[in-house]
Design a protein around this ligand. Structure first.
Ligand code: DP6
Length: 312
């Protein structure tokens, strides 16, 4: 048996839309931070047939089956039993699939002695879910052309940002990211403008990280997030992942910033708000978001490491 652990990552320059070819490659460069306090732990063992359990329940997940089928064909793998557990809500906009596929590929690689380097693990994780490519690395992570294998921009220690997550709904989302981004690609009148501006957003965010310029990162990360949600809202039919509490949290973050706290928000394909802040602002941000009506729970996390084996 082999056990791997991976953390979710939160994109600061978003991926929303794929290239029109095989390999599950994003259409635009994107960039994320990896969180240390949320994790997926995946154990792989030999079996007489393929079996997948998520949080203790047998699950038929077509994306997991497809990835394992592709890896089996490519590497001649034996049948495997896979047990995966998340310590946070699944499919609720907390990047559970990112942590899940990064842990899965890392565990399969070690268990079956495939000898992959991190770039190759990232490529296989990307085939499962493109954001998972980034969870192979820790700290600040880029997923860019031409290879679309994640690379570390800077380790977590480079800039000890903290993330406060406000949970406003626990249930799994109705429309998956995969389906939602395809709908936006085909129907949003703003999609071409999104493609055109993503390179500049990526360059600005990566420079802000190198320079540890919080104000610059805040401005570009919020813009990238709101552009992505504009694509969602202008898709036909519309995609609206927010709750009233999500909107109230975004207002509260702006208010905190105007009062001098170093904080900005980002939101993925779900109703949770991720407030990214400097360590000195974390307590004030967590308290303020906990007091917003409709916020069910607050999770806090510093930045974390990439996917790794924790037991063999
Ligand atoms: C909103 O990586 O879940 O979180 O590649 O189809 O599995 P697939 O999509 P997925 O999409 C993530 C979208 C996002 C933004 C991001 O993480 O960059």
């Amino acid at each position: 048996m082999t056990t791997a652990l991976a953390h979710p990552n939160i994109a600061l320059v978003k991926y929303w839309g794929k290239q029109d070819k095989a390999g599950n490659m994003p259409a635009t460069p994107n960039l994320s931070i990896t969180l240390s306090e949320l994790s997926t732990v995946t154990t792989i063992g030999d079996s007489d047939r393929f079996q997948f359990q998520l949080n203790g329940e047998p699950v038929d997940d077509p994306k997991v089956s497809a990835l394992i089928a592709a890896m089996t064909e490519n590497f001649n793998l034996p049948p495997l039993r896979i047990d995966s557990t998340n310590n946070f809500p699944t499919s609720a906009g907390l990047a559970s699939s990112a942590a899940g596929f990064a842990a899965l590929v890392t565990a399969v690689d070690a268990h079956c002695k495939l000898g992959m380097n991190p770039a190759l693990r990232s490529e296989w994780a990307r085939r499962g879910s493109a954001s998972a490519a980034r969870s192979i690395c820790g700290g600040f992570v880029a997923l860019v052309p031409p290879d679309w294998q994640a690379q570390s921009l800077a380790p977590a220690q480079h800039w000890p940002l903290e993330v406060v997550v406000a949970i406003t709904r626990q249930e799994a989302k109705d429309v998956s990211s995969t389906e939602g981004m395809e709908r936006s690609r085909i129907t949003s009148p703003f999609y071409n403008q999104w493609l055109r501006s993503a390179g500049d957003d990526y360059a600005e965010a990566s420079a802000a990280i190198t320079e540890r310029d919080f104000e610059k990162l805040a401005a570009i990360a919020e813009l990238s997030c709101l552009k992505m949600h504009s694509l969602m809202l202008t898709s036909r039919p519309t995609l609206s992942y927010w709750t009233p509490a999500s909107v109230a949290c975004m207002d509260r973050v702006r208010e905190l910033r105007s009062q001098g706290e170093a904080v900005f928000f980002t939101v993925d394909a779900g109703p949770q708000i991720k407030a990214v802040c400097l360590p000195e602002s974390r307590a004030a941000v967590a308290k303020a978001l906990a007091d917003v009506p409709g916020v069910l729970e607050i999770l806090c996390s510093p930045l974390g490491e990439g996917a790794r084996i924790i037991n063999d």
